[in-house]
Design a protein around this ligand. Structure first.
Ligand SMILES: O=C1C[C@@H](O)[C@H](O)[C@@H](O)C1=O
Ligand SMILES: [Co+2]
Length: 297
């Protein structure tokens, strides 16, 4: 199985407060989030909107709890805004993550994204034309080179409701970008939600996958979103996502493929759902117990 020396287990702050929908978990503090992540037995997390913006202050709070920063989400607008705007923001974001010791930068193209809008997430998704694909790929290669300057890797997040959601779009993106500059974040929940085959994508791109979000799906809720043409955020409120082991995804073959290819890096639990319905500590403990049974650590 995995070499526990090179694989770290983390949990994202989105279970405590949802940055896409801040009313979900508004009452939960940064201190509660990181204390409970540590209490549940995780080694790290990703930066959330409630985290201190000062690297030294954040590092002190994390050191108290034995936590590291794995990465943080960055929204690029390479298909809708001038490259220079995204680049300036990316450099600031990269430098903060570098100061926090992160090795990967999570990037999602938010140009034309409907993930945060009250639009049917399946029917309303935007599809890029060839010119926009070239713009996206060229921009990501440049950002990937900026990440490499700091010894970091850009990991692209395929995501429901964005221009890179489906297998075809993941194939196109990875085919158009430099494999030594643009890597893949593998998010199990988004693939299954979209109706993709997670095992097929993992087998195809395992050597380009440098960061993993472990997210499970409640199929009845996912199907309700599709049948009733609901938005992504409505799906979150309904509980389409849950922690690994609590939904329909079979993680056993996925962990085997990652381990067989000597995956090194973070396996980060990330399951946005309503904290009022799914207590963050309870679900963090549930996820950690599941990973312990599956991974042995
Ligand atoms: O990695 C992620 C970050 C969240 O903001 C996003 O909405 C979620 O679905 C996700 O996978
Ligand atoms: Co994710």
């Amino acid at each position: 199985m995995f070499n526990a020396e090179n694989v770290k287990l983390g949990i994202a702050p989105i279970a405590w407060t949802n940055d896409d929908m801040p009313e979900l978990g508004r009452e939960n503090t940064f201190e509660q989030c990181v204390s409970e992540a540590a209490l549940a037995g995780f080694a790290g997390t990703e930066v959330g909107s409630k985290f201190p913006k000062d690297a030294a202050v954040l590092k002190k709070a994390l050191d108290l709890r034995g936590l590291e920063i794995a990465s943080a989400w960055f929204s690029s607008f390479l298909t809708t805004k001038p490259y220079e705007e995204t680049e300036a923001e990316f450099i600031r974001h990269r430098d903060f993550l570098s100061a926090m010791g992160a090795r990967v930068v999570v990037v999602s193209e938010q140009g034309h994204s409907i993930q945060g809008q009250n639009i049917a997430v399946f029917e309303g998704k935007y599809v890029l034309d060839d010119a926009a694909w070239k713009l996206l790929a060229a921009g990501l290669n440049k950002l990937g080179a900026l990440a490499r300057e700091k010894g970091m890797k850009l990991v692209f997040h395929h995501h429901m409701g964005t221009v890179v959601q489906t297998t075809e779009e993941i194939d196109k993106l990875l085919g158009l970008t430099d494999e030594n500059l643009v890597y893949l974040l593998y998010d199990t929940g988004h693939l299954v939600y979209s109706g993709e085959n997670p095992e097929l994508i993992l087998k195809k791109y395992v050597n380009r996958i440098k960061h993993v979000h472990l997210k499970d799906i409640r199929p009845a809720m996912r199907d309700k979103v599709k049948q009733e043409s609901l938005s992504f955020l409505k799906g979150v409120r309904l509980g389409a996502f849950t922690v690994p082991g609590d939904g329909c995804i079979d993680f056993v073959p996925l962990f085997k493929i990652l381990a067989d290819h000597q995956y090194e890096g973070w396996l980060l639990v990330e399951a946005e759902q309503d904290p009022a319905k799914a207590n963050p500590l309870e679900y963090a403990l549930k996820a950690r117990a599941y990973l312990k049974t599956q991974l042995g650590f």
